[in-house]
Design a protein. Sequence first.
Length: 61
Amino acid sequence: MIRCMTRRIMSEENVRNIQKSKRSYYVTLPIQIVREFGWRESQKVVVEKRGKEIVIRDWKK
């Protein structure tokens, strides 16, 4: 595979690290996925545990 200095290898593009702030953990989302869903900054989402997976979906009232 060819590696570019500014981009990750395609198979690693959606691999993220878990990071920690003072009181919680967080994972950044790939920008192309956020754009595809039309999500915006400060938008509410629901995080659910399903077995050994986590599902993030748009929050609806």
